[in-house]
Structure formats: structure tokens, C-alpha cells
Design a protein around this ligand. Structure first.
Ligand code: FES
Length: 234
């Protein structure tokens, strides 16, 4: 199927779906669970683990703010109607595998990387970084840490495979995490887990993935996906 072509054949797991509306919120349907997800840092400010915070009542349908202006976060309160913001979707529609840079190849692991997807969650920098850990993947400790760091990469920028090419992914309950970046003191993107389809305002369904992050500050220039702009001062 050509990039950008409408793809309505893929159906949501259990009816779950997130629809990007034109200059408006994300319309979530299918009773998607939602919770706060906190990035827990080490002494150097590098992220080491996710900690679940508040769980929200599960509603069948709800609207989540995409512009960053709501006074009832995380929900849309129609503030986008008066906001000076540009909600246009500018993200690439090319599948991940066709965008990855030359892989980092180690003795036991291969790492794929699409930098443009980075949401600056900073799980990949510990212990010399996931790239060096991949190159050192003959060592069981390095191998385990590389897999852990990639699994914590909320945006799905990083994907890791074994040497037979089998992708190694964490198993997530399909859900939305409201990211809280504790060391930076800011709210981060929506962490969409478990293969929930994200549909563009023009009806195209983005590549369905286990981990993606959606902008909710309104500042990303790769909307609807996060590009770390929530860390920039207003
Ligand atoms: S998208 Fe409606 S208030 Fe932000």
C-alpha cells in the first residue's frame, strides 16, 4: 500500500482507536485505560524506570487535549477554539522499517533507530548508551540492559532484534500513559501502548506500533507525534 493511502482495513484491537481531529483534540474510543506515567530519574537525570501514577476512570469515549491550552488537562475543554496554534499533521507516513538509519549491529543484537521519533525520554543513555550496549551484546549484562532501555523508549524511536531478526518488544496492555518528566519538571506526551491505531484527520491510519508518543503540548513540528518540544521553554 502506498504511503499516505487510506487504510481502513486494519481494525482496532477491541475497538480501541485514537482519531486526530483537525486543529482539535484526540478523540479516543473503545474504553482505553489511561494513567499517569512518571519517568523516574537516577542521580544524573537519566531515566531508569517508569512508575505508574494516578489511574483515570475508564470511559468509553473521551477527548484529550492536543493543543496544550486546556484548563482541564488531560481532557479537551474547547480552549483550542480560541488558541493561536497550528494543529496540522506533518509527521512522516513512511513505515518505521523504511526510515531506520543504518542499524547498530552487535554480536547478539541489532538496533534500529529513527531519530525523528525521539520524545526525549532519556532511557537510552545509561551505562554508555544503548548503542554501545548493543555492540557489547555478547555480555549478558549489556544485552539485558540494551533490551530494557529499548523497551522503555516510549516513542518507539528504538527497536531491537536478536541476531535472527526477531524483534524483542515489551508486552503492554493497550492503554494511554500521560507522561510526567520528573527531572525536567514538565508534562510529556501521550504514551500510546499496545498497538492502538492512530487515525489522521484525513482518515489515514498511521503504522500501528507497540509504542508511540503523541504530542499534547501543541508544539511538535512532527504532529501528531511528539518530538520533545515540550522540553523547550515557551
Ligand atoms: S485540543 Fe481542545 S483544549 Fe486543547
Amino acid at each position: 500500500m502506498a504511503d499516505g493511502q487510506k487504510d481502513k482495513r486494519r481494525t482496532a484491537k477491541d475497538g480501541m482507536r485514537i482519531v486526530v481531529t483537525e486543529d482539535g483534540p484526540y478523540e479516543v474510543s473503545g474504553s482505553v485505560p489511561m494513567s499517569d506515567q512518571q519517568m523516574v530519574p537516577d542521580a544524573d537525570g537519566l531515566s531508569v524506570e517508569w512508575r505508574q501514577g494516578k489511574e483515570y476512570p475508564v470511559e468509553e469515549d473521551y477527548s484529550l487535549c492536543r493543543c496544550g491550552r486546556s484548563t482541564n488537562m488531560p481532557y479537551c475543554d474547547q480552549s483550542h477554539l480560541d488558541a493561536d496554534w497550528d494543529g496540522r499533521e506533518t509527521a512522516s507516513r513512511v513505515p518505521f522499517a523504511a526510515r531506520t538509519e543504518p542499524k547498530t549491529v552487535g554480536p547478539q543484537l541489532e538496533l534500529s533507530d529513527v531519530v525523528e521519533l525521539c520524545a526525549s525520554a532519556r532511557f537510552c543513555d545509561r551505562a554508555g548508551g544503548v548503542w554501545d550496549l548493543t555492540r557489547a551484546s555478547d555480555d549478558p549484562t549489556s544485552r539485558a540492559l540494551a533490551i530494557e532501555e529499548v523497551g522503555n523508549c516510549s516513542a518507539g524511536r528504538l527497536v531491537i532484534s536478536d541476531k535472527e531478526g526477531n524483534v524483542i518488544e515489551p508486552v503492554f496492555e493497550p492503554s494511554i500513559g500521560l507522561v510526567e518528566d520528573l527531572s525536567a519538571g514538565v508534562k510529556g506526551p501521550l504514551w500510546v501502548r499496545g498497538g492502538i491505531p492512530v487515525e489522521a484527520a484525513d482518515g489515514m491510519v498511521y503504522e500501528i506500533r507497540n509504542r508511540v508518543t503523541l504530542c499534547r503540548c501543541g508544539k511538535s513540528d512532527t504532529k501528531p507525534f511528539c518530538n520533545g518540544s515540550h522540553l523547550e521553554p515557551d
